[in-house]
Design a protein around this ligand. Sequence first.
Ligand code: DOR
Length: 460
Amino acid sequence: MNKEAVSLLISGGHIIDPSQGIDQVSDLIIAQGKIVQIGGTAISSPSFSVILSKAKNLDATGLVICPGFMDLHCHLREPGFEDKETIATGTEAAAIGGFAVVCCMANTEPPLDNAAAVSWVKRKASKDSLVAVLPVGCITKGRKGEELTDMAELAEAGVVAFSDDGNPVASSQLMRRALEHGRDLGLPIIDHCEDKTLSDNGIMNEGRMSAELGLKGIPAAAEEVMVARDLNLAKLTRARLHIAHVSTKGSVELIRRAKKEGAPVTAEVTPHHLTLTEERIAREPPDKSFDTNAKVNPPLRTKEDIEALVKGLRDGVIDAIATDHAPHTPADKNCGLERAAFGISGFETAFGCLMSLVHQGEISLTQLISKLTCEPAKVIGRNGELGTLRAGSPANITILDANREWVVDSRKFASKGKNTPYDGCRFRGKVMATIVNGRIVYIDDSLPCPTLSLEGRGRG
Ligand code: DOR
């Protein structure tokens, strides 16, 4: 594959860059893998003539140009679970989803609990990945919640945060120490907030519906008691805490209060928790079977929870949207609901389903873009260079058609994980191209760009 970054003039697009408050129709120049300049008369000045004489032109009239999306939370599964996903297939799916930068979670096998494992992922990503991969290191050895990892060694190896994702850190004392070490290293702790004694092998949200269906429930309290504990520990330690996949109204309220009190906390929500309710787990009659593709942890909740999550997004209580892309094999999902793995393959549907919130007037397109770009970059303290179109920063760019309609077909996913509850859904809003460090890693087949030499694979 050609690793050359192209010099590119992206012309006539509607540029939305919340990091700089830019919202205008303009041209954008990239060269040598960096953003050179956004629009204005400067572009037609003689100083740009050398760059422009070599640049290819991408006509983006009618399209939205924004900083490359950044995902704080995904599972690339390699090493150890290559039957579910690899760095190559996962990052191809990320590119199709508009993600230029992804933070991969540490629940691999072996887990990312030592410098050698982290270095291995970085090396593999530098060979196989279409997008930038930033590893998250484990909080505890083996993600067992018993003994802290050598967090300084992991930081040295290049992790951007610490998490035992999939597992909470049950011991409050250990979590306190992890927060203190994270604070001293200048890196956030991302916690998967779940009291496993309360979730107790539940399958779906606990409530009227789980009672009606006779399925074991996971109460909102299983998340909220851990969120409350972690917020207290963040206040105690003054350490940076990031709450993963917030799913309940109660959690939003706890985070809102802690933020008001000045706690150094940030939070993320997934596309599925913003757009699907618990009802999705039961298929319509006459089928009446359950859909294991809607089994996810934390579980899909209620309409009231969604309303609180969307309000939290709007008013800044929830900082970022993260996919929690969790690919699984057909065998992991084509079984009874009790045995099925938790998780949704989310890269390729994220933007399409999130655009329903924009079209319904729940959030603005600019708010959505900020939750996918500069806000996640801030969570890991990389907002100077990532999630922005500032001149001199890496040319990570996502090009969108806000009105293009398309139908989800999981058989066409680049991800090995076909486990999506959105199969067959019609979305309005599509990623048209993704550029990473000046390389076009994905471009929609329909984008008219006769002057481009394409490096990614087109996909309709
Ligand atoms: O549904 C989930 N799947 N939630 C998690 O926290 C972990 C993830 C996975 O690794 O499959």
